[in-house]
Design a protein around this ligand. Structure first.
Ligand SMILES: C[S@@+](CC[C@H](N)C(=O)[O-])C[C@H]1O[C@@H](n2cnc3c(N)ncnc32)[C@H](O)[C@@H]1O
Length: 261
């Protein structure tokens, strides 16, 4: 199997982040709600819930003006009321710190990558297993392997294969590594997929996001061996024609897109 220790200097794709616009919308909401409260408190008692609702409404309006997608409105509308509800629980602040650290260790990189952790379903992995080439000694790579669930299944079902994965987030990587029997059944490295060479693998499997696919396609065409397969769960490569599409689920809406390099 191709060694995976090689890295190469490579531009990480610039992905437009929604976070600055979201923070700006929340700030506008907070400043406007605070100003309303200062003006109103001279004359009347303003309950905290009214301030939270005013902040939420103004933040949602600002998000619309800043051009955020509509699904962000639900987040803006619920953020301040949720903070108020959490404060009412009276929890020890260290719980919030612990929650923040845990989330940062799993999702900290999403700010730049726009690829969060969600796992391939059992049905998706079954479909993947059926789509894999039957030849012995398959060299399989899961780019962004999460908790190692796909690697775990593939290495069990295809014991002659050489399976490997890369994962950027610390906690998921640790779980994947522990599941691998500390590297005994499959190899998993904590490194960015953008710094991972793709040559030397018969199949590269990805379950990322639409934001990652254009740059990944350029990288795959540049580095993958001719005849090898790039298999993408759910997210097709824009503008490229898949050689095969494998659907599953009752409505056939879930798909694996297979591209032969
Ligand atoms: C949608 S999950 C898929 C997990 C796994 N492949 C599966 O199918 O169950 C995508 C994973 O890619 C990881 N990821 C995102 N950007 C990455 C990067 N630049 N390098 C390595 N891993 C990355 C995320 O942390 C996340 O665990």
């Amino acid at each position: 199997m191709q060694r995976m220790g090689h890295t190469e200097a490579q531009a990480v794709p610039v992905v437009h982040s929604a976070i600055p616009a979201a923070l700006a919308a929340q700030s506008v909401g907070a400043i406007a709600a605070a100003a309303l409260w200062v003006l109103a408190r001279e004359h009347l008692y303003v309950p905290h819930v009214a301030i939270a609702l005013a902040q939420a409404g103004i933040a949602a309006l600002a998000a619309l003006i800043f051009g955020q997608p509509r699904w962000w409105l639900a987040i803006h509308l619920s953020f301040a009321p949720c903070v108020l509800a959490a404060l009412a629980l009276g929890l020890d602040p260290r719980w919030y710190l612990a929650g923040f650290v845990a989330l940062a260790l799993v999702f900290g990189g999403v700010y730049r990558s726009r690829v969060p952790l969600y796992l391939s379903s059992t049905a998706a992995t079954d479909t993947l297993l059926a789509a894999l080439p039957g030849a012995a000694n398959l060299r399989f790579l899961d780019l962004g392997c999460g908790l190692g669930s796909v690697l775990d299944r593939v290495s069990r079902m295809r014991p002659d294969s050489a399976c490997a994965g890369v994962e950027a987030a610390l906690l998921p990587w640790l779980v994947a590594w522990l599941r691998s029997g500390r590297g005994a059944r499959y190899r998993v490295r904590r490194v960015s997929l953008w710094n991972t060479r793709l040559c030397g693998h018969d199949v590269v499997y990805v379950y990322l996001s639409p934001a990652a696919m254009p740059a990944l396609w350029i990288k795959a065409k540049r580095e993958m061996n001719p005849g090898s397969l790039l298999i993408s769960n759910s997210f097709p490569v824009p503008g490229a024609r898949a050689n095969a599409i494998h659907a599953w689920g009752a409505r056939g809406g879930d798909k694996l897109f297979v591209y032969r390099i």
